[in-house]
Design a protein. Structure first.
Length: 437
């Protein structure tokens, strides 16, 4: 019943909202962190950056092939921060305000942070209106891109994480898709067994590996970030400030958390630019730190990537098994999955998609063009589009965040970026059973 109500809400919301696509912006990466932001400072939010919705050019399928089935995995859309990310900075500023130790700039910051804090009270980690619009846009563009797969009707199987932001993302996505192709027959599932498949628990680090991960993160923070200027800008000097904010690095981190989330709450809180309180150097430093922190957490690092790729095996096996079932049945238009960043990036890394399949040393993501605002922002997604000709030959291409990508490690007899399913399938199954991961 809950899923049905969410779907109906998504249909109503989809019928009232128009597409929110941005104009395409060139994304030629140079390795210069600031230059690659292209003046769009909201991208410094990294993992918390709202989905841009900028599809790449589409390579026409070989003659005689048309899309008939899509396998999709999407991270939930823009959300509120989780736990302390939405509350800690406000709590510290509130204590400082009550103690009378905020500077005029600090008081202005407190007022702006309060607007964002109000949106987190009782709404920890919940999807925002912008997050719903992101999934509606992705669904509409997917329909338009692969229209023959949906216009024939057929079944759409939808799986979701149990977390509400994923369920509501699914509601928005399927509502928008259904509004384009109302003949589709959709079913929905969530629960513990589904959770195990689409978001498997991490491989357990041994204690030495975990300690090394924490130490690397801490070393990057202290190498990049100097919170002294912020302390002087926002707080009056004296023992009270040291008592309220004993750890300036912690304050800097949590201030960045809520500042990064402002773009995700644009429709609820209005425009709130907390980034303006940082100097250029502070903002770039904190942005790089969070880029490294979360690439190390979810990405394909030399040091820890194998642990993360391991937990994507169940998801990849589900992708292959459901594709087999769809090809055998002949009446399945799509398998849709809605989950989290912690599963999406490991899946792309395990498959070996460019550039996610490349191992990068921890702490070197930013200088390696691995920007999470581009590869793991809110709403990030992976689509596998299946094409078939009259002879029954099947080709597959991959789109990551709606841009075509390839598997450098896998040669194919089909023209790039297409892969012959008879060659791709055994490659993917080998990854599911690789005991070296």
């Amino acid at each position: 019943m809950l899923v049905l109500l969410l779907l109906l809400a998504g249909l109503l919301f989809a019928s009232c909202q128009g597409p929110k696509n941005q104009e395409p912006v060139p994304q030629v990466l140079t390795g210069d962190y600031e230059a690659d932001l292209q003046g769009q400072w909201d991208r410094t939010a990294g993992l918390f950056h709202s989905y841009e919705g900028i599809p790449g050019p589409q390579t026409a399928a070989p003659k005689g092939y048309e899309p008939f089935y899509v396998s999709h995995y999407g991270r939930h859309g823009s959300r509120r921060q989780i736990g302390g990310g939405g509350t800690v900075a406000w709590t510290l500023l509130n204590e400082a305000s009550q103690a009378g130790i905020l500077t005029p700039k600090g008081d202005s910051l407190f007022q702006d942070v309060s607007r964002l804090y109000d949106q987190h009270v009782g709404m920890d980690g919940e999807l925002t209106l912008r997050g719903g619009q992101e999934h509606q846009g992705i669904a509409r563009r997917m329909y338009k891109r692969f229209q023959p797969a949906f216009d024939k009707g057929g079944k759409v199987h939808c799986q979701s994480s149990k977390i509400r932001r994923c369920l509501i993302s699914m509601s928005n996505f399927t509502g928008a898709l259904w509004s384009q192709a109302p003949e589709l027959e959709m079913d929905f599932i969530t629960g513990d067994p589904t959770q195990t498949v689409i978001m498997h628990d991490y491989y357990e680090y041994d204690e030495a590996t975990l300690n090394r991960s924490v130490a690397l993160e801490d070393s990057v923070l202290h190498a990049l970030v100097n919170p002294q200027h912020m302390m002087e800008a926002f707080f009056l000097p004296g023992p009270q400030t040291a008592a309220v904010v004993p750890d300036p690095y912690r304050f800097a981190k949590y201030l960045f958390y809520i500042a990064a989330d402002a773009q995700d709450l644009l429709l609820e809180a209005g425009p709130v630019d907390v980034f303006r309180y940082f100097t250029r150097e502070e903002l770039l430093a904190l942005s790089k730190f969070f880029n490294e922190k979360y690439y190390q957490t979810f990405g394909n690092t030399v040091e820890f990537g194998k642990y993360l790729r391991w937990q994507a095996k169940w998801l990849l096996e589900d992708v292959v098994n459901r594709a087999d079932a769809a090809l055998a049945a002949g009446n399945v238009a799509a398998d849709l999955r809605f989950g989290h960043d912690s599963a999406l990036f490991p899946l792309a890394s395990l498959i070996g998609l460019d550039p996610m399949g490349t191992e990068i040393p921890a702490g070197k993501a930013s200088e390696s063009n691995m920007y999470l605002w581009k590869y793991l922002c809110m709403g990030s997604n992976l689509q596998m589009a299946f094409y078939k000709n009259k002879a029954g030959s099947v080709l597959v291409k991959f789109l990551y965040n709606e841009q075509e990508t390839t598997i450098p490690a896998l040669a194919s007899s089909a023209p790039a970026p297409y892969y012959d399913w008879e060659e791709l399938r055994p490659y993917l199954l080998t990854l599911c059973t690789d005991k070296s991961l």
